[in-house]
Write a protein that binds this ligand. Structure first.
Ligand code: 5GP
Ligand code: MN
Ligand code: MN
Length: 315
């Protein structure tokens, strides 16, 4: 079924004069990489293009170099009624934040996503849960459009591919073949991987040390820690989001959870599985979604209430 969506997506995008591309809130390299890869290619074909996400206000520092044409605009500056709206890597309309309102005003919505929990939205749906990243789908659309794969586009695609596969650990043969194509187009893997995944300000070490010092291993194999509001504000999202990857490396861990405080009694939670447990089921039960091995949700309550909800959802 996704192939039909693919041909329609290529046709609509190739014929569009104005296109607004959205990444999900707190954009990662897959969401913004997909939007920018398509945006750069469409801009170079002469279309009027803008890229946006509802929050935060600025492009995360590690992703800013991907926006070589300066396509990202502030949410307040986005066209009120885009001719074509493209939603990238958003597992549900709520993941678009306040910009989900554009679903009602756009002439046509193209949805590109790879989350198994996505209920489906938009007139044209390119939804393939077997794709390791949304950039894989963005690449297929570009191929269907016969768009050239220049180095700027290739860099955006590689950024999403290397991060969503955690450095190709979860990549299948097709994703490895795509990586080869992108490297042939001029991507420098070591340079890109360092800024995206392997680089933190030295000052972060004390924040990481505190987060790891607070980590708890429960007998069930749940490893969790909480990042208090002060630290969420003090450090970049790049640093905060990297904590769960350290937690999941605990040999005893079945599931790793990081509770990122977002208000006095509000937490944004990242869940990771080391194999056996399907964390997307737990996340969905708690109002979120994601993939088998990586999922998330946002929930009101105290730290202890959120932890109790996680324990209950994991049983
Ligand atoms: P992360 O922990 O990196 O923020 O998210 C892990 C995965 O879960 C990502 O694929 C992300 O799209 C998904 N996810 C995170 N939060 C939510 C949520 O609130 N709703 C849905 N549907 N998916 C989420
Ligand atoms: Mn994402
Ligand atoms: Mn993704």
């Amino acid at each position: 079924a996704w192939q039909r969506g693919m041909d329609d997506a290529a046709e609509v995008l190739a014929g569009a004069g104005q296109i607004t591309l959205l990444a999900h809130v707190d954009p990662d390299a897959d969401a913004l990489g997909s939007a920018l890869a398509l945006g750069i290619a469409l801009r170079r074909r002469g279309a009027d293009v803008e890229v946006a996400f509802a929050s935060p206000e600025r492009v995360p520092e590690s992703l800013a170099p991907l926006d070589v044409l300066g396509l990202v605009v502030a949410p307040a500056a986005v066209s009120a009624a885009p001719e074509v709206l493209v939603c990238c890597d958003a597992a549900e309309p709520a993941r678009l934040g306040s910009l989900a309102r554009l679903l009602d005003t756009a002439g046509c919505t193209v949805m590109l996503d790879h989350h198994g929990t996505n209920p489906g939205f938009g007139e044209i749906q390119v939804l393939d849960p077997t794709a390791e990243a949304t950039v894989v789908l963005a690449h297929r659309v570009l191929v269907a459009m016969d768009a050239p794969l220049d180095v700027d586009v290739a860099r955006c695609l590689y950024a999403g591919l290397v991060t969503d596969t955690r450095g190709f650990r979860t990549a299948g043969p097709d994703a490895h073949r795509l990586a080869a194509v992108l490297v042939e187009a001029g991507v420098q893997p070591a340079v890109l991987a360092r800024t995206l995944m392997d680089e933190h300000p030295f000052a972060w070490f004390s924040g990481l040390s505190a987060a790891l010092g607070r980590a708890v291993l429960e007998p069930t194999g749940l490893v969790h820690t909480t990042i208090p509001l002060d630290d969420v504000r003090r450090y970049r999202p790049e640093e905060i989001d990297s904590v769960v990857d350290v937690l999941r490396s605990a040999q005893e861990a079945e599931v790793a959870a990081v509770l990122k405080q977002a208000g006095p009694a509000r937490f944004v939670v990242s869940l990771r599985s080391t194999g056996a447990v399907d964390v997307s089921a737990a996340a969905t039960a708690l109002g979120g979604g994601g993939h088998r091995a990586a999922a998330g949700f946002t929930r009101e309550g105290t730290e202890q209430e959120v932890l109790a909800a996680i324990r209950a959802a994991l049983v």
